[in-house]
Design a protein around this ligand. Sequence first.
Ligand SMILES: [Zn+2]
Ligand SMILES: [Zn+2]
Length: 570
Amino acid sequence: MHRVFQDMAADDAVAILPSGHLDSNEDNMRPAQSSVHRRTGLGVVAARAALAGVLTLSACNDGGTAGGDAGSPTDRLVAALGRRDAIEATTNERITASGERFDPGESSVPGTTWLVSEFTMTATTELGADRARTELNVDAAFPRRAELAFTEVRSGGRGYVAGHDNVFAAGPTPPLAIPAARVASAEKHADLVSPLRLLRRALAEEGGIRADGLAEVDGKELEVLRITLAGRPDVRMFLDPASHLPVKSETTEDHPPIGDATVEAIYGDYRKVGALTLPHAVTLRVGGLDIHKEVRSKIELNVGTDADFYALLGDTSAAPHDHGHAVFAQRSSEWLLSFGFMGLPIFYDIQTGTPKSAELAPGVHLLTGTTHHSLLIEMSDHLVLVEAPLYEEWTAGVLEEIKRLSSKPLKRIVATHFHYDHSGGIRGIAAEGGVTVSVGKAGADFFRDVFARPHTVSPDRLEQAKVPVAIDEVESLKRLTDPARREVELHVIETEHAQGMVVVYLPAEKLLFNADLFSPGDPINEKSAGELYDAITRLKLDVERSVGAHGAGAAGPVATLAAPKEAAKR
Ligand SMILES: [Zn+2]
Ligand SMILES: [Zn+2]
């Protein structure tokens, strides 16, 4: 398995996943490219809509139950998926699938995705109750390779995981309680990828589904249904004009740092399963980029489950239901799940509170979090912060700690690179006002976009403060000179990890700060550590100590550069 870069153009060439193909470069996908308007994603939807129509016609020829034009759009949807009594009598759905997960927030080039894992899974979900059991095998490719296999069970807002779900763990663990955010994001995802589940949930809630007019998609008028479920942003479901089957469901999530993110679940390859007609291919698309492709080899309905099947094992009271974290997950579920599919379940633990600070040199503080650290540098009359990670819920505490350490105003944030987990909290800090953000040139457009985009799903501090934020593009070197206090150098270096990567060097202190290339105390990534070491050598930086945005941080030793040096020699 190789890391796969997917750019927008290649993405738009993907028509649908008609018969178990995942590879967008398959020759049989190519004809779709010419028939699709590539300016927007809507053309692809239309192509899918047309195909869904064809599939249903053949289902009709086979004696299928596609509905007529009578009644409301909801009636037409119900008739297309199956008979109402059959839909309501369905107790559960078991999906056996394989697929790929891509991520737009951790790729090398802003605006592209890359493959983070391949997976196979069997997911059994009850339709009339919040109970689910998923067996997942994840072949993780990024940020590190690992073969993971685990079982996740959810029941009544709680859940546990058993097995190996963490690329940093040595092996499987016994059943462990999972946090509320993991339960909530998995449930929302399960609904979005299954029109049957979405419909059942919508029908069960008063006013849960209603007609929402027509939407013109590539010259065709599609009926739209609006699904309103408690605690979640609305979902709009688009029906194919011929078959009345859902072409896609669309919702908006909050994905730090980009804010409002359109999430589309695009359904295809509809086939009969008993009395129902269900999609056997689902693609999730965020902001026009495919992030999840799933092909179902089998869908079973009304499977028998014994009493133990959904029983919660382990001490699930150890992870008490946290409403705030569940709310976070309801509006940012695919953001969280992307880290889950990387084998980084720690992201489901929503981080709040304040970092621990340690003064590495006079006026130079490392602010250490559970997973992500920042560096605060005091200049004579202002402060510079390197890294504003995760999300505003975390950087609110970073800001608190900064104010405790110094009364000087924060005037500059250095963003090492655009990765979502390293930049997600930047708007919350920039909302203080009067802040310039220094970024590597290749990431400048991304950050300009971050400060311009709407954040309506979760209106953040900047959405409310509406203060301007200046972007400072660093081509290769920027010196922040402050003769009274110190000099700070921002170097942009070449890395595979991310374009426009900035490392921060303090010449007088002989201190280097980097993100993701070399994290003291963490396992070495030879490629990244080697790139860092080569850059230090080329730039002739006299580094005595190195700290990372991850790793041992203030609590552990500040590393020397022996480790990347060794990596570079290999
Ligand atoms: Zn990164
Ligand atoms: Zn990182």
